[in-house]
Design a protein around this ligand. Structure first.
Ligand code: ATP
Ligand code: MG
Length: 255
């Protein structure tokens, strides 16, 4: 293991992954390294494999890694189950969050926080922490007693993800299109949320999958990656995102 690998929060080497059921290859040799405190952005055309990458990092069993390795803070996690990865500090905000009727957000978070901390978290402790985060994120206190994602509007789902991310204090947070379908206020919650979370956890590594340069205006971004056909084809800074917004991906697509 190289020193570089153990220093990065996330280190991905020559990652290839297939859809388990069909064997179709989606990720085709991807390399990525995110150091503590860094924010990286991935932009790429529809269907290029961005959500697949997010799911493969989180350990979704729908996909199988057939080549390459994933390291979290130096530990190889390539074939670990999703729950182990979550406990080790990977958080994935889903593009389409799951609805779990009957479970209030506070109860879900209590369980997730207990697993993350490897010790039971009391009802009171969760309530106190949640109310603090709700205040900081400018969310209504009643939000914590809503049932998980049930009847949430698109914007509320995204606010809920930011709240979960804040409460779980992950080492690596992956936000898949957190800006899609958000109104201006919702986008503000996400951007401010990320900044508040970064403020309380400066070493957090964040990977944002997005189609819009807009979300990047008020977030300090270290690297922007262009992703096409299962791999990263160019890496740059925020200017790369503006270029994509202006001219699209034609430059990187093979005819
Ligand atoms: N479980 C699956 N079964 C079959 N095909 C899949 C599965 N998951 C992903 N794919 C295929 O892999 C390709 C990449 O999908 P993915 O959702 O990762 O793209 P994306 O880059 O996130 O796109 P978008 O920008 O539209 O969100 C697509 O062709 C998709 O149909
Ligand atoms: Mg996607």
């Amino acid at each position: 293991m190289t020193l570089e690998t153990s220093e990065a929060v996330l280190s991905i080497k020559d990652l290839h992954a297939v859809v388990a059921e069909t064997g179709r290859e989606i990720l085709k040799g991807l390399n990525l390294e995110i150091a503590p405190g860094e924010v990286h952005v991935i932009m790429g055309p529809n269907g290029s494999g961005k959500s697949t990458l997010a799911n493969v990092i989180a350990g979704n069993p729908t996909y199988e890694v057939n080549k390459g390795q994933i390291f979290l803070s130096g530990d190889e996690i390539t074939h670990y189950p999703a729950d182990v990865r979550a406990k080790k500090g990977i958080f994935l905000a889903f593009q389409q969050p799951e609805e779990i009727p009957g479970v209030p957000l506070s109860q879900f978070l209590r369980q997730a926080m207990s697993e993350r901390q490897a010790s039971p978290v009391s009802v009171l402790e969760v309530r106190v922490q949640l109310q603090e985060w709700l205040k900081q994120l400018n969310l209504d206190p009643s939000f914590a007693e809503r049932q998980l994602n049930t009847g949430f509007s698109g914007g509320e789902k995204k606010r809920n993800e930011i709240l979960q991310m804040a409460a779980l204090s992950p080492d690596l947070a992956i936000l898949d299109e957190t800006d899609s379908g958000l109104d201006i206020d919702g986008l503000k919650v996400v951007v401010e949320g990320i900044n508040i979370i970064k403020g309380s956890n400066p070493d957090i590594a964040i990977l944002i999958v997005t189609h819009y340069a807009n979300i990047l205006k008020d977030i300090e971004v270290n690297k922007v990656h262009i992703f096409t056909d299962g791999k990263i084809v160019e890496t740059g800074d925020k200017n790369l995102a503006s270029l994509v917004e202006k001219s699209g991906y034609a430059k990187w697509l093979t005819p």
